[in-house]
Design a protein around this ligand. Sequence first.
Ligand SMILES: NC(=O)c1ccc[n+]([C@@H]2O[C@H](COP(=O)([O-])OP(=O)(O)OC[C@H]3O[C@@H](n4cnc5c(N)ncnc54)[C@H](O)[C@@H]3O)[C@@H](O)[C@H]2O)c1
Length: 320
Amino acid sequence: MYLVTGCAGFIGMSLTHQLLKKNKKVIGLDNLNQFYNEGFKKKRLSILKKNKNFKFINVDISNKKKILNIFKNNKPKVVIHLAAQAGVRNSIQFPELYLKSNLIGFFNILESIKITKPKIFLFASSSSVYGYSKGKSFKESDNTDKCLSFYGATKKSNEIMAHSYFHQYNLSIIGLRFFTVYGPWNRPDMAAYTFAKNIKNSKKISVYGKGNLRRDFTYIDDVVASIDKLIFKSLKIKKPFFEVFNIGNNSPVKVSKFIKIMEKKLNRKSKKIFKKKPKTDLVFTNSNSNKLIKFIRFKPQTSIESGLKLFFNWFNKNSK
Ligand SMILES: NC(=O)c1ccc[n+]([C@@H]2O[C@H](COP(=O)([O-])OP(=O)(O)OC[C@H]3O[C@@H](n4cnc5c(N)ncnc54)[C@H](O)[C@@H]3O)[C@@H](O)[C@H]2O)c1
């Protein structure tokens, strides 16, 4: 039995879909909050619900009693924890939401796995933990004590909290530092979707730092494949372990280039409003993925051109 939290989210839905395809039984948890258009989450869920091996529970991870009961009743072998308040910039305006889901909610999940002891627990961290990192690419061993956003701080806290539970309770745990994930079923508040939608509808797009910020855009199928392979490998390891992995493409792209590719695909020029880089944003992100490659013999490497092509195949059918 697999348990995926945040199953109605972008990454959660794509991962659950893949697990179901491999005939795994999956319990998915999500509170379907309205942080972004709820319709997106309902559509994603309706696809998952077609599979008889999928069971959905609408629950908030900040409710400890309910979460503990779900874990005790189901005793999942593998837990993939993706539910969180996502997004860097909103953590300035709504820090309480981040505190509730990313810290209290995370604690409740840790308390649950302490009791039910799954074979492996994987959770979503983020490239945002890298803050001041200055090297050409970010390595897991870099100092990550100086986050630039409260969002990043909650993710770094998750890593520290999880390590203490690994040590105290002999659990096997993996932290996943995702780098700007994009693809079909993209989060509608992220650049891939907002840019595509606004360019298509001749609306303005906000571009930060003159379009010179660089992001290590990582295609969703590479993320799902990485998680799948990490689970497979972990289940073979007998001793409890704690590891953190970058899940990124190691190929940063300037936002201005990202927009140019989109303009080509949509055959339309964008109307840009240039804005100052928010204090919370890193100038660039770039995943050094050597640790991941060594562990699972796989590297996320879909090029931005191929990834956006696949994204638009989906977008053209699924956007108004
Ligand atoms: N998408 C990215 O580029 C990216 C990058 C770095 C890290 N991450 C992390 O990966 C994870 C998944 O991200 P995503 O892009 O799929 O985001 P998402 O917002 O689409 O998915 C998160 C899901 O969690 C659910 N959720 C949030 N708070 C909850 C709560 N208190 N109780 C129950 N459910 C709750 C939401 O309803 C949502 O469906 C998150 O932890 C995010 O912080 C994502």
